[in-house]
Write a protein that binds this ligand. Structure first.
Ligand SMILES: Cc1cc2nc3c(=O)[nH]c(=O)nc-3n(C[C@H](O)[C@H](O)[C@H](O)COP(=O)(O)OP(=O)(O)OC[C@H]3O[C@@H](n4cnc5c(N)ncnc54)[C@H](O)[C@@H]3O)c2cc1C
Length: 419
């Protein structure tokens, strides 16, 4: 078991990626401390080995027929199951619920490895979406019965889950949602319409936010675990979109949908807290695998700019090309720093709303910009579908919108900063 190899028996346990503090003061005033526990940015040998194995696994198993799937908008269901078998969905879930019990920092590094090896950004988005926006809040707010019922099936890949918040009239202003949950004998009757929901057309379970007391506004929002099989639940076919095509995105229509009381997640009226909790994880880590995509993109650009010759020299020798590579590298490394720091903070139970928003904003924009740079470096090959460079541009642009647009992240950062 991975957790035994790594020595991390608990999920979300204290990480070994410790930020240190001086252990001995300066010997003479004005001198630097002689002995310090320095901030440790290194990975252990085990983490490196597991990262390498995750890259190899993803490269070997998750790219099958990707250009065709992308063109036809087909989810790689077999890849999803293989990823689940490999442990991806359960990496940082407790063993008791079918997970692997890894710490957050290690799990994030391995998800990055999956993104390096897997060129299907939509598949890795789906995996990350389920982990961070459904499994994480279910683990935190769920009753023992709910966790036992759903988490093992989510980790094993038997059940796919969606996060249904957005509605036609409530996007960025998420808490103005109109879906209602009326209390009835033994449960609730849900009515409303969720839209742009990743995996909705294929999900067997959805975390749906609805208002149990519309008269008190957002304080009446509650969360529900809604099964596809419940009467009154409908998920129409996927809606075509620019990129991320292998991740079917669509609507959830609830018409007098009966949800038993035991499927309410947490007490009534704490939907805002559940949503904010899940956003802390989702915003920060939804791009964990896309950071791996950025690293792969960069390696491919370096290789191409050495190989491609124009005017009798490698194009990488032109400063406009090498500058692009330098900028791509910088965006990759700053993305990693934000991501790893956030992982360390979450591992150590620190509040991280600011860091999650900064990570979402920076990595989302960095992936989009790096994808455009990769396209420019490849010239026409970057624009034609057959060379598989342009797909990243289409995929990456979605990242400046989902999980809260870049504008909304800026609002959060400014508000916390005092702006
Ligand atoms: C690929 C993809 C996957 C998605 N997956 C899911 C999912 O799984 N579940 C789910 O519930 N939703 C999902 N969404 C929906 C997504 O969360 C919303 O699209 C997003 O929150 C923005 O809402 P909106 O599209 O209604 O835009 P609007 O909120 O109408 O915003 C339109 C524009 O106005 C700007 N704007 C709005 N308010 C402000 C403000 N206060 N300050 C500054 N600018 C503002 C926005 O930044 C944007 O540029 C997904 C969307 C995409 C594209």
């Amino acid at each position: 078991m991975l957790d035994r190899i790594l020595g991390h028996p608990k999920p979300f346990s204290k990480s070994r990626q410790a930020v240190g503090r001086p252990t001995a003061g300066p010997e003479r005033p004005g001198e630097l401390p002689t002995e310090t526990e320095s901030m440790d940015f290194s990975w252990t040998e085990e983490q490196e080995r597991l990262y390498g194995e995750a890259v190899d696994f993803a490269r070997r198993e998750l790219n099958h027929e990707l250009p065709r799937r992308d063109a036809e908008g087909e989810l790689n269901l077999e890849g999803w199951r293989k990823a689940a078998d490999y442990g991806v969905l359960g990496w940082c879930m407790p063993e008791a619920y079918g997970g692997g019990g890894l710490d957050v920092v290690t799990a994030i590094r391995l998800l990055e490895g999956i993104g390096y090896g897997c060129k299907d950004n939509a598949l890795t988005l789906g995996l990350n979406g389920q982990i961070w926006s459904v499994q994480a809040p279910l683990l935190h707010f769920g009753s023992e019965a709910q966790k036992k019922k759903y988490l093992p099936r989510l980790c094993s890949g038997e059940l796919m889950a969606a996060h249904g918040m957005t509605e036609p009239e409530s996007g960025s202003d998420a808490f103005s949602l109109r879906t209602t949950a009326e209390k009835v004998d033994g449960g609730y009757r849900l009515n409303g319409h969720k839209t742009y929901v990743g995996l909705a057309p294929v999900a067997g379970l959805s975390l749906v936010f609805a208002n149990t007391r519309p008269e008190v506004g957002q304080w009446g929002i509650s969360a529900f675990l809604v099964e596809k099989a419940f009467d009154g639940y409908e998920a129409p076919p996927p809606r075509p979109k620019m990129g991320l095509r292998t991740n079917p995105l669509g609507d959830i229509v609830l018409k007098d949908c009966f949800v038993p009381e035991e499927n309410r997640l947490g007490p009534e009226g704490i939907g805002v807290s559940i949503f904010n909790y899940s956003m802390d994880w989702e915003r920060g880590f939804i791009f964990a695998s896309h950071v791996g995509s950025m690293a792969r993109q960069l390696d491919e650009c370096v290789e191409f700019s050495r190989r491609r010759k124009q005017f009798g020299q490698s194009i990488g020798e032109f400063q406009s090309v090498s500058n692009r590579i330098a900028d791509m590298r910088l965006r990759l490394e700053t993305s990693r720093l934000l991501l790893y720091k956030l992982a360390w903070m979450k591992e150590n139970d620190q509040p991280a709303m600011l860091e999650a928003a900064m990570t979402k904003l920076h990595v989302g924009e960095a992936f989009a910009q790096n994808s455009l740079d990769a396209m420019r470096i490849h010239g026409a090959k970057g624009y034609l579908a057959e060379f598989e460079v342009e797909r990243d541009v289409r995929d990456a642009l979605g990242g400046v919108i989902y999980s809260g647009t870049s504008d909304i992240q800026r609002n959060i950062i400014a508000k916390i900063t005092g702006g």
